[in-house]
Write a protein that binds this ligand. Sequence first.
Ligand SMILES: Nc1ncnc2c1ncn2[C@@H]1O[C@H](COP(=O)(O)OP(=O)(O)O)[C@@H](O)[C@H]1O
Ligand SMILES: [Mg+2]
Length: 252
Amino acid sequence: MTTLAFCNQKGGSTKTATTVGLTSALSEAGKRVLVVDLDPQANSTTGMGLDPDAVEYGANDVLAETVTLDAAVTPASADWPGVSLLAGHRLLANRESDAAMDIHYRLRNALAEAQGEWEHILVDTSPFVGRLMANGLAAAQRVVIPTDATADGARGVESIIESVSMARRSFNEGLEIAAIVIGRRERAGEQDFRENELRGRYEALVAKTVIPKRAAVADAHGLAVPIHQLKGKGPLAISSAYRDLALELELL
Ligand SMILES: Nc1ncnc2c1ncn2[C@@H]1O[C@H](COP(=O)(O)OP(=O)(O)O)[C@@H](O)[C@H]1O
Ligand SMILES: [Mg+2]
């Protein structure tokens, strides 16, 4: 069982799309996956067909220690075989001011006690370097850093790598960076330059697989279905890219 956290404090850096896209590839391959949505915006929860307000318990209740993780986990919608969710909710934002001494370790502790059997646990995090992200970084063995191929994206990668180093020093010594993933690649010269720059700087840490920019990502998200269920060239390009990424990350 591997736990991966998808982190980047830059908003819109494709954390959720990468989490949901990989989950789609893993579900298609018959894997049992738990998605933990640590973002108060709860986009991965809605993207897998659950209404955060309609779910009885979720990540906020587990981090507040009102329920166990096993009791709070919910199956994703029927379109997502094998996928369970620890749902996000806007009230998760309250955990950022939770003064409990062990607040950073609540997800890690809850996962350690859970009986559920998942092959992979994917933790989508919020674009804020705080207690929610720390829960992801403390619970994970590996971090995936999604980014776009822009100058702002490159700066975001630099900052999140510093946060990962800090997490290693303070609470998770063995934490590895699995990959930096270019998650929304446009066919523009400027992005060729930025991609080369990222590869020059971070070398093998940058995943070989690049996710192209396609409208299908937002379409699948809006319909709350796995991308491979949609027909056409765009969805096919995206679903095969996430399958390649899952292979490259050794999740398949
Ligand atoms: N490969 C892609 N092609 C086109 N749009 C994408 C792609 N990946 C993500 N997006 C869009 O980019 C926006 C930000 O992505 P998202 O995953 O929500 O970022 P984050 O979770 O880091 O804030 C969303 O509107 C999403 O639909
Ligand atoms: Mg997100």
